[in-house]
Every structure is written in C-alpha cells, then in structure tokens.
Design a binder for this molecule. Structure first.
Ligand SMILES: Nc1nc2c(ncn2[C@@H]2O[C@H](COP(=O)(O)OP(=O)(O)OP(=O)(O)O)[C@@H](O)[C@H]2O)c(=O)[nH]1
Ligand SMILES: [Mg+2]
Length: 702
C-alpha cells in the first residue's frame, strides 16, 4: 500500500438506525473503488464487513468493521457500525476515532430511534456529520419529508447538497448544488455517473436551493458572512473552506442522496468525503493527561495530529476471533508508527512492541510498514493492552481520554451447564469483557452467583454464544437472585439461652440473657455489653458477639444477611471449669436466633432509582407500567422532545425492564438504574421467599 500523508486521510463512521443501508453502502464503496470485484449483499451474507457468522446468520451488523479504499488520491477509512441498539458500544468506539460521521436515513422512514441515539453520540464525541438519505429507490421514498424530519428533530443547520430528480424505482439522478449539475448514475452496476446541465424545469428550484446553501455556508463564519454580504456570493474555494470548517465545528450538516444497493449516489458521496470532509489534522486537537500515580500531576497534554511529533496511538477496539485473529485496532493520534516500534502503555506502564502492523478490510488484513498521524490500523494483540489504552513513547508520555461507553441496562445470572466449568467460564467472560467493555461480569460471593450485564438480551445472548464457541463452555441464563435483607420490627427484652453439654471429660457451659431491638434503616448492627458484676466474664463477651455476628451473616428466616438490629447482653452465668469461648459463641448465636424469630421478622428488598427517558407520547404507558411494578414516581423533567421520569422501583420488579421498555416505546425509551435503599417488602411477597427458603433447607438436610 502506498503511504498516505495525514492530509490525504479521511476517517468516516457509518452510523444510523438498524437496516438503513450502512453495510450495503460500505460494500458499494469498496466495489466502486475497485477494492472488490463483486458486490456482496447483506441478505446473502457475503459482504466484506458483515463477515462474522452471527452477522451472516442474523443479517444485521453486530461488530464495527474497518475497511478502507482510495478515492481521488485520498485514503478513506470507513467504519461500518451496527444499528441495533444492543451494540451502541461499537458505535461509540467508532465515533471516537472517526472525524466525520455519515448518519444514514431511510428514504421512507426518515429519522428513527437509532438515528436519535447516534445523533446524540456525535454531539457527545464532537464529530462532523453528513446526513445521507439512502434507499431513495424505494417506491414510497419521500426526500422532502425526510429533510424536514431532520430539520425538526435534529438541526436547522442541515444543508441539502443534492436532491433527487426522479422518485422511487426510477431514481438514478440527483441535482448537485455544489457543482450545479445533474449527476446521472449508470444502471450497469458500476457506480459511475455522468454530469449534465440541470434540466430547464428544475433550474428555478436548483437556483433557489443553491442560494440557500451558499447563505448557510456563509453563516457559519463571520468573515465569510461579510464577504457574502459584500459580493453577494462565495467563490468555490470559499465554499469548500467554509463547508470544511463548518462541518468540523458542527455549524453545518450537509445532506446527500443515495440508493446503496443500486450503486446510485455512492461515488458522489465518496467525492464529497474526499473533497469536503476535514482531514484528521484539521479536527480539534485532543487533550490527554500526563500519566503518573499522583492525580494532582495529571496535567493536560494536547496531542497534536502531526506526523513529525512523537508517536501516540489509542486502542479503540479489540478483536479475538478464529477467522480474524487477535487484533488491537488503533488510531495514530500523533507521530508515525513503524513495524517493530517499542511504545509504553501508560495505563499500566508496560512496554509493548508493534511487531507487525496491518490495515484491514473486514476480516482481511494487509501488512504494511508505516502509518502516520490520523490513520487507522491494527496490530496483533498486544500483551497487556486493551480497548481504551494509550500507547506512547517514553519521551512523550500521555493518556488520551477514554471512550465513554454506555452503562449496562440488563443483568442476568448464569449457571454452568457442566459442573466444574466455573473457572473456565470466569476466564472466558473476562476476555470477552476486554474485547467488549459494554459487557460486564461479576462474581457475587454473597449470593453465590455469577452475573453478567450488558446492553440488551441479544447482546448477552451473543456473549454466551461466543463463550461457547471460543472457550467451549455452555451456560444457562437465569433470573438473578436478589440480595434481600432480614430485620425485625419488634423488640424482645428477655431472651435466655443456656448451652450445656456433659460428654465424658470436660463439659461445655455458656449461659446468656439478651435483649434485641430494631435500629433505624441503615443502622447496621450494634452490640452492647450491659453485664454487671462479671456474671459473664469479660473474656467471653467477644465470643457472644462473634456468635451473633455469625448468625447475622447467614440469616435466620430466609438465608439473607440480617441488618438494622441492636443486641444487648445483660445477664448470664458461667461455670469455672466447663465455660469457654466456644460455649458462649453457641449461646450467643442460639439466643439471637430464638429472639429474632419472636421479634416480628420482616424482609427488606433493594429499591432502585430509575431514570426513564421517553418521547412524550409514551409517558402515560410508561408511568402506568411503573405503578404496576410497585414503583413510586419521584418527579418528571423535560429534555427537548423527551420526558424524563424518575421513580423508585423494587429491584425484583425490574427484571428485564429494558426489554419491556423498548417494546412498549418502539425502542425509543431508554433507562438507567442504580441502587437507592432497602425497604420492607410486602408481607405476601416476603412470605413466599421465606417458605421457599424453608423448603430448600429441608431438602438440603434430607
Ligand atoms: N432498495 C434498497 N434496499 C437497500 C438499500 N440499502 C440497503 N438496502 C437493503 O436493506 C437491508 C439492510 O441493509 P444493510 O446494509 O444491512 O443495513 P445496515 O444499516 O448495515 O443494517 P445494520 O447493520 O443492521 O444496522 C438489506 O436487505 C439491503 O439489501 C437501498 O439503497 N435500496
Ligand atoms: Mg450493517
């Protein structure tokens, strides 16, 4: 591969709602640029970027694929991301390294939920944006409607660069408002187009739209606006510079047309990317921090996209698949990298050697010798480097900002299908987390369960499939157990327990009187020694407390930890020979258990605070659903066209909530949840849990 300087590189992420045509477009781009000789189709499972067996099976993208092609002497790095909500982590890591995002819209549906999500991400990650209205060959495609949808839902600064001439299946030409020509795409499936004069009947509309476009470009910059006001127009160079700068600063959002599978509007978008999109060095300079153990020394360090600087690269994705190998995908943020270069991972201070470097086209890799600032490549998986790590040179140490991955929305417990696989499962899940940080695994030692959390049921399902395929271990996903708590509502003032055993030699003797009472929520455990006159000798008192603490850990009525309780030891007796710590420990534990059962025990359940964001139309349904889950609404807020509902809901009632919320809101509702406090459970629910525990205990003892 020839060497491309920074100015000749464009990093572009294809993002948008599921099925908008991102993969088809990537395929068409590679074909038009001569990278491939045959045009694959997602439904046939033969595209360059949807190569994974899960993608072929489901006919959707699941992973981001990195591909590249040369267009107009420019290297276009194209990142084809998945549209399905469960895989938004892939979108985030792609937008983090892309300079420009192409947001795909369908010619019929226009803006959808997935479009809203990615639009928000581009704001968060500060990408320039091109809107692309795809599927314009669809019979019911309505370009004007899609544009006004974008204008109303996202931004008034959307600027159509093209509009389609014929509608529906006849779609094969557009008016290009930058060239002021009609582009007609060949129907021979090669993607080429010819330029012609704008037909007379479209001249008026074209002039009007061109004028509007130039004005929009002028308005992105004060100097440009002055020139425009003075001259009444802008030169081609001024337009080009204005568009580039305006895209970079998110003041203007060009919009173009296509029908990817018919190879219409593909090459003209590639032209636009090469000619008008900012190159990596034109983007805002990212600011990292100086590494070191003292956070006060973490000074900001700008990382200039300049091939002459020290090398710095950032790993944005890690893949480990049989058919691709173990690869770390990276972007060079400054300097240049050669095969054989030694760098330092500043997150753990380990040195890493880039033995071989590659550029990728889906699963195909091509070894190269050098990549410069701004470019994207891959290395064979490094020893101790994971997604989100920065590698830099000893003389210019820096850590770049991490990718802000979304928080998990769903949690499931897993069981090994084969006993003894537990260690292998933990290892496998650990590696899968390193590949995909939006998936999290936790071993819960309190409830003896392994829980996995992620972005949705499909996401977790895919993780489990990979666990089986790669590590040979099979698991079942089940509802996670909940960490309930036991406590009491009443007090018992006098509880006596005498532990006495006479077996041959020395006997056992411990005798206590205790009082137990409830504490306020969050009060934990208190133990008071109110023994007078040494009736229980001081050296045995810690043993009594220890016995009680043991009972607190294992629970009394349902096997859950006991909380918010005070125990006072106020009387007892001892035996000169037979009393020892062990005897008093037993006495303490037994007295406590006895008293606890008499003190009106209840179960507490964790209550989570949830924040649900939904379009206004779904408010009623969502609120009704929260009430039916024993939830209490705390308040409501407005965020643009969305309503934010805050509520407290028992964790038990939130099992698979994200799935229900999505289906209730046609995928437009999102939620976050976190633990808030413990609260007494309704009696009927608690009784069921207690009865269940008693049954299990009987079975265990049988
Ligand atoms: N008629 C028509 N069909 C298209 C066009 N673009 C894509 N399709 C079809 O739409 C379906 C989805 O296309 P994909 O390219 O897989 O869409 P995607 O955006 O990559 O989907 P996800 O990766 O799942 O988000 C496929 O059946 C394509 O053949 C187009 O311009 N016109
Ligand atoms: Mg796709």
């Amino acid at each position: 591969m020839k060497e491309y300087p920074t100015e000749a590189i464009r990093n572009v992420a294809f993002v948008g709602h599921g099925g908008a045509g991102k993969t088809s477009f990537s395929e068409a781009a590679l074909f038009s640029a001569g990278v491939t000789t045959r045009l694959g189709r997602t439904e046939e499972g033969n595209t360059v970027s949807d190569y994974h067996p899960d993608e072929i099976e489901r006919k959707i993208s699941i992973n981001t694929s990195v591909t590249y092609c040369e267009w107009k002497n420019t290297k276009l790095n194209l990142l084809d991301t998945p549209g399905y909500t469960d895989f938004t982590g892939e979108v985030k890591c792609s937008l983090r390294v892309a300079d420009t995002a192409v947001i795909f819209l369908k010619g019929v549906e226009g803006a959808e939920v997935g479009t809203e999500i990615v639009w928000d991400y581009t704001k968060e990650l500060n990408n320039g944006v091109i809107f692309l209205v795809n599927k314009l060959d669809n019979e019911n495609a309505d370009f004007d409607n899609v544009v006004s949808g974008v204008r109303n839902r996202f931004t008034h600064d959307v600027a159509p660069i093209q509009f389609p001439v014929a509608k529906g299946v006849a779609f094969n030409s557009v008016i290009d408002l930058l060239r002021m020509k009609m582009l007609t795409f060949a129907r021979d499936g090669k993607g080429k187009y010819t330029e012609a004069e704008i037909p007379a009947d479209l001249k008026g509309k074209s002039d009007e739209m061109r004028e509007q476009l130039v004005e929009q470009i002028a308005e992105t910059d004060e100097t440009l606006l002055n020139t425009f006001v003075e001259k009444g127009s802008l030169s081609d160079d001024e337009i080009r510079d204005g568009l580039r700068r305006g895209m970079r600063t998110r003041k203007i959002f060009p919009l173009l047309c296509s029908a990817a599978t018919a190879l219409q509007g593909v090459t003209s978008l590639l032209d636009f990317i090469a000619d008008y999109c900012p190159h990596p060095a034109e983007m805002e300079t990212p600011v990292g921090v100086a590494p070191g153990s003292n956070p006060d020394n973490h000074k900001p360090v700008p990382v200039k996209c300049d091939a002459r600087q020290q090398p710095t690269l950032f790993v944005f994705k890690t893949v480990s698949e049989p058919h691709v190998g173990e690869l770390s995908f990276f972007k060079v943020y400054s300097g240049s990298v050669n095969a054989g270069l030694d760098l330092v991972n500043e997150s753990n201070n380990k040195s890493e050697r880039l033995a071989q470097i590659f550029v990728m086209n889906g699963k195909e890799r091509k070894e190269i010798s050098k990549l410069v600032a701004g470019d994207i490549g891959a290395v064979v998986k490094l020893k101790d480097t994971h997604t989100n790590n920065t590698l830099s040179s000893k003389s210019f140490p820096v850590i770049l900002p991490r990718i802000p991955f979304p928080e998990p929305v769903i949690t499931m417990a897993i069981h090994a299908k084969t006993k003894g696989d537990e260690d292998k499962i933990a290892t496998g899940l650990h590696f899968l987390h390193e590949e995909d940080p939006t998936f999290v695994m936790k071993v819960d030692s309190e409830l003896h369960q392994t829980v996995i959390s992620g972005q949705g049921e499909l996401h977790l399902g895919i993780i489990i499939k990979r666990l089986k395929a790669k590590y040979g271990v099979d698991v079942d996903m089940v509802e996670p157990k909940i960490a309930y708590r036991e406590t009491i509502k009443g007090r018992v003032n006098e509880i006596e327990y005498k532990h006495k055993k006479q077996t041959g030699g020395r006997g056992q003797y411990g005798h206590v009187w205790i009082k137990i009472e409830p504490l306020a929520r969050g009060g934990g455990f208190e133990f008071e020694d109110a023994v007078v006159g040494g009736v229980v000798p001081g050296r045995f008192i810690p043993a009594v407390e220890k016995g009680i603490i043991e009972a607190l850990e294992t629970g009394v009525v349902a096997g859950y930890k006991v909380v918010d309780i005070k125990v006072t030891l106020f009387d007892g007796s001892y035996h000169d020979v037979d009393s020892d710590e062990h005897s008093f420990k037993i006495a303490g534990r037994m007295a406590f258990k006895k008293g606890f059962k008499e003190a009106r025990p209840v179960l507490l359940e964790p209550i989570d605070e949830i924040e649900v964001t939904v379009p206004e139309d779904y408010m009623g349904d969502v609120m009704g659903d929260i009430s039916s889950r024993r939830g209490k609404i705390l308040g409501m807020d407005t965020d643009g066209a969305h309503q934010i509902i805050k509520a407290l809901v028992p964790l038990k009632e939130l099992y698979r909530y994200s799935t229900t919320l999505r289906s209730m809101t046609q995928g437009r509702g999102i939620h976050r949840q976190k633990f808030n406090h413990y609260e007494e459970m309704p009696r009927e629910v608690a009784e069921k849990i207690i009865a269940e525990h008693a049954k299990v205990k009987v079975e265990e003892e049988a």
